[in-house]
Design a protein around this ligand. Structure first.
Ligand code: SF4
Ligand code: SF4
Length: 554
């Protein structure tokens, strides 16, 4: 096993990366190795699909499979080794289909099909022991001695960014939004990874192309969520429980939440959101369900305590899952790409079993004192008051905007983000998204000119919304996004954040601060490129970073 895809990867003086029996997230060596093999076979699928597409032939089911397969390998998604054996077999069959598609298309075009090597020719065995014996052929650093560390790091940036693109595109797809351009970009990236490209400049160009594809994926997801459930509007969300039977829904998948709300309608069960599901309360067609009662708990890293104390069933619809503890293992369910060995999985979006579990469990026995927070400042809401915002900036009432957003995690350095929000001067506005906001979203930031100083724009998935707002404000001021009084302070944890970073870089957004630590897969030379070319900066001291951001804008 070797994995260094997330922020919490094991770090020591000898280097970084989770190896040995288990990663810091709880992923065991077997699952990690099988994930590598799955991705490697998917690269083979991509080799064929990429060539078939050049000849006008496509296989949308194969593309959809790739999105799902990649999503299962994101940090804190699927820990079920047996599931990966199954997915590898499926990938292998799909690769055969893609091969036939390509070869038929080539012959139809009067060409001799290429004989492909690498992942296209890799033959996975059909049992776990055999697969584990093959794992070194698919390992993420398998060619480090040939390619060199910088190329391996740049390729990892693409591989992990691709995971983020696939996760966003999968969320959009389940709600009916798909883009051919995204599938084309995914196939292209897979083919590039299979080619063993080692030129770092070429790899970084590919990474930026992937960043542009991720913008499309986020746009598709925005269209999917708002198309299905309406545009988010400012909403007060109760963050304390009320008496009654209860279900807790975590992760990012609004479609699953909707299915759970339907399955529990008129049954006297309250549905609570957890973690990144909080923004669901701001979508008109979701908040119309009176039993969408509130939000419970905070960000993912506190789930073992919070889930243990929650008196009902829990559903994980996507990341971030950590090892279910005995106190709630019998009442937690996984859905979609998520999995944990021995935990009940709902594959068909039929959540009636969860409703039954809620009826059988005690629920909350009394009301807690009411406490609310306000969320729902998506692009429509913010742009709806754009005149007010522009006037406030012109009059000096608003000096600067800080987007303090992204993932949360257990690392002590993540206090930086709450310190940053708390220390931001009173004439500044804080935009936020992602689960990192739980560190400060119950603090009182007051208002500026009738606008709350803290504007919660939604999930990490809603980075698109923030980019639209920044672009429109830049247009209104007649400047570029980099000239706006806006600083981006990103907290990263997993691979969707890598995809968002690539999007920001591809759109030319400069001076993004990222932390709490830089990705371990980026070598010093790659970090230097990010600093020199894009002005990317590691986070430092919150007060000093605020002062530096304000000084740059002055
Ligand atoms: S996902 Fe992160 S914590 Fe888990 S094994 Fe990989 S690098 Fe380690
Ligand atoms: S924002 Fe990132 S860390 Fe937080 S729940 Fe989502 S994927 Fe996990």
């Amino acid at each position: 096993m070797f994995c260094y895809q997330c922020e919490q990867t094991y770090r020591s003086d000898e280097g970084a990366g989770c190896a040995g029996a288990k990663g810091m997230c709880g992923k065991d060596a077997t699952t990690a190795d099988l994930q590598d093999i799955l991705l490697y076979v998917c690269e083979g699928v991509g080799q064929y699909l990429h060539r078939a597409r050049q000849l006008g032939a496509t296989d949308i089911e194969a593309d959809r499979f790739i999105l799902f397969a990649f999503f299962t390998t994101l940090t804190n998604v699927n820990f079920n080794a047996a599931k990966f054996v199954e997915l590898i077999q499926q990938a292998s069959q799909i690769r055969e289909r893609a091969k036939a598609l390509y070869e038929d298309a080539a012959r139809a075009a009067g060409k001799t099909p290429e004989t492909l090597s690498g992942p296209a020719a890799f033959a996975p065995t059909d049992d776990m022991a055999g697969l584990l014996a093959q794992a070194s052929e698919a390992a993420v650093r398998k060619d480090a001695a040939i390619l060199g560390e910088d190329a391996v790091g740049a390729r990892a940036l693409i591989l992990y960014g691709l995971k983020g693109v696939c996760a966003y595109a999968h969320h959009a797809r389940v709600l009916g939004e798909e883009r051919d351009a995204i599938y084309s970009a995914v196939e292209n990236a897979l083919d590039m990874l299979a080619r063993e490209e080692r030129n770092v400049a070429t790899l970084l160009d590919e990474a930026l192309a992937l960043g542009r594809a991720n913008f499309l994926a986020m746009e598709a997801l925005d269209a999917a969520n708002t198309g299905a459930f309406g545009a988010p509007t400012p909403t007060n969300v109760r963050v304390t429980p009320i008496k009654g039977k209860a279900i807790l829904v975590s992760g990012h998948d609004l479609k699953d939440l909707h299915a759970i709300l339907e399955a529990t309608k008129d049954k006297g069960i309250n549905v609570y959101t957890h973690g990144e599901m909080l923004p669901a309360h701001s979508y008109p067609k979701l908040k119309a369900y009176p039993h969408l009662a509130g939000n419970y708990g905070g960000a993912w890293q506190d789930q073992q305590k919070e889930f243990a104390e929650f008196p009902g069933p829990i559903v994980m619809t996507s990341n971030c899952l950590i090892e279910p503890q005995p106190r709630y293992r019998g009442r937690i369910f996984t859905a979609g790409p998520v999995g944990w060995t021995g935990v009940r999985h709902i594959a068909d979006e039929n959540f009636s079993i969860v409703a039954q579990a809620a009826q059988a469990l005690p629920g909350f026995t009394e009301d807690a004192p009411e406490q609310t927070i306000t969320i729902g400042f998506g692009r429509d809401t913010v742009l709806g008051v754009a005149d007010k915002v522009i006037d406030a900036v012109k009059s000096g009432a608003i000096r600067h905007f800080f987007l303090v957003g992204g993932c949360d995690g257990a690392a002590p350095g993540r206090n930086y983000y709450s310190d940053f929000a708390d220390e931001a001067p009173e004439d500044t506005v804080i935009l936020t998204l992602g689960c990192g906001k739980y560190r400060f979203n119950k603090h009182d930031f007051g208002t500026i000119g009738g606008l709350p100083r803290l504007l919660d724009m939604g999930q990490c998935n809603d980075a698109y919304s923030a980019l639209v707002v920044a672009t429109k404000l830049a247009e209104a001021f007649g400047v570029g996004v980099n000239e706006l009084p806006l600083s981006l302070i990103v907290s990263w944890f997993e691979q969707k954040a890598a995809a968002v970073l690539l999007t920001l870089l591809a759109l030319g957004v400069r001076n993004v601060r990222i932390g709490p630590t830089l990705p371990a897969f980026l070598t010093p030379a790659l970090v230097d490129v990010l600093i020199e070319k894009f002005g990317v900066q590691p986070v430092g001291d919150a007060k000093a970073d605020i002062a530096a951001s304000l000084a740059r804008a002055a």
